[in-house]
Design a protein around this ligand. Structure first.
Ligand code: PLP
Length: 355
């Protein structure tokens, strides 16, 4: 796959760079940004000429709908650098298509491919020194769109702003986390917006997650909102369970985000002859598997951490600790996927795209 290019774009270069102030080996995720950002405004029913300009705050009308009605969506992707200093993206067309699905669900205008992918290519060409190679280093890419149109009237805006900002990242291994299985709160509901990367889905998680943190758990495993019996996602990640030597993950639905890491792991596991079953896992099944020792691993899957291992879960006041496994499928798949992304292993799937 070749990335679309864009010719109709303005580029205003920053006269300074912050790159020398950044300690790339000790970087906390999502707090440092590169020198430039991309902006493309939507007005009068069409997308305007995009501009890449120095990273800086900007002003919006206080009545902008993003502030009042949360009309906002985002994506999360990464760029990697190989040994030859070439910059690569991982399945970027998937992020582009998902972004526009989110846009449709939130009654926002779809962003043209040349703005999203072509603009990203231009931005990355300008910021390629910020993509470090080796050791799981990457440049986290955050495309997003907000409703800038004014008016405290609960109806879709007439004006929008699409932006891309970039944040250097290390592969982070925060250790395995303890989770609690949701019995009351829900992340998403049938007919709702859970399948979109809509901003409000995440702020809605903050309070239940805070309550879980106070009890000593780092994350929540979300269950279906109607019955709280099916395991659906882990925090802001898709979730996998290993029972004996089979991996299980729920099918995507209106309540489950269609993660690119999730579907890549499914394909990768199949190639490695690891059994994968895409079906709902019941909370009862998980508890029974934990009790009889067949539950070997639980892990979250998403772009930011790739794979995030879970060491145990709480359900109805009982805590189930997972055994220490010698040959972790999670860690093996993480290693294999990261190697494909960073061009250290053959990309037999054709997932990587050169900038
Ligand atoms: C973004 C996201 C994921 C993971 O998607 P990836 O494409 O793998 O990064 C999973 N669940 C939720 C709720 C998400 O927002």
């Amino acid at each position: 796959m070749e990335l679309k290019t864009i010719e109709n774009i303005d580029i205003v270069k920053s006269s300074t760079t912050k790159i020398n102030e950044v300690d790339f080996d000790n970087i906390s995720f999502g707090n440092t940004f590169t020198d430039h950002m991309l902006i493309c405004d939507y007005a009068n029913g069409e997308w305007q000429k995009p501009i890449i300009q120095p990273y800086a705050p900007f002003t919006i009308d206080p009545s902008a709908k993003v502030f009042h009605y949360g009309q906002a969506i985002f994506e999360g992707m990464k760029a990697y650098k190989d040994e030859q200093d070439d910059v690569w993206l991982f399945r970027p067309e998937e992020n582009f298509m998902r972004f526009n699905k989110s846009a449709v669900r939130m009654a926002m205008p779809e962003v043209p491919e040349e703005v999203f992918l072509g603009g990203l290519k231009k931005l990355l060409e300008l910021e390629k020194d910020w993509v470090k190679k080796g050791n799981g280093s990457s440049l986290y890419i955050r495309p997003f769109m907000i409703a800038t149109g004014p008016g405290v009237v609960a109806a879709p805006a007439m004006f929008y702003r699409f932006m891309i900002i970039l944040s250097p990242a290390k592969s982070y291994y925060s250790g395995a986390v303890k989770v609690v299985v949701a019995e009351h709160f829900s992340r998403a509901a049938n007919g709702g917006i859970g399948a979109a990367k809509a901003a409000g889905n995440y702020s809605g998680q903050f309070y239940p997650t805070k309550l879980a943190n106070e009890k000593g758990y780092q994350q929540i495993i979300w269950t279906d909102d109607a019955t709280h019996t099916k395991l659906e996602e882990a925090g802001t990640m898709n979730v996998f369970f290993r029972i004996n030597d089979t991996l299980y993950t729920a099918p995507t639905s209106e309540r489950i985000l269609d993660g690119i890491t999730r579907k890549s792991l499914i394909d990768l596991a199949k190639r490695e002859n690891i059994k994968v079953e895409v079906r709902s896992v019941l909370v009862d099944e998980l508890v029974n598997a934990a009790k009889d020792g067949s539950l070997k691993e639980i892990f979250g899957a998403g772009t930011a951490a790739v794979i995030s291992p879970i060491s145990g879960f709480a359900y109805k006041e009982e805590y189930f600790e997972l055994p220490n496994v010698e040959d972790s499928i999670a860690m093996d798949l993480k290693d294999k996927l990261t190697k494909i992304q960073t061009k250290l292993a053959d990309d037999t799937f054709g997932w990587t795209v050169k900038i």
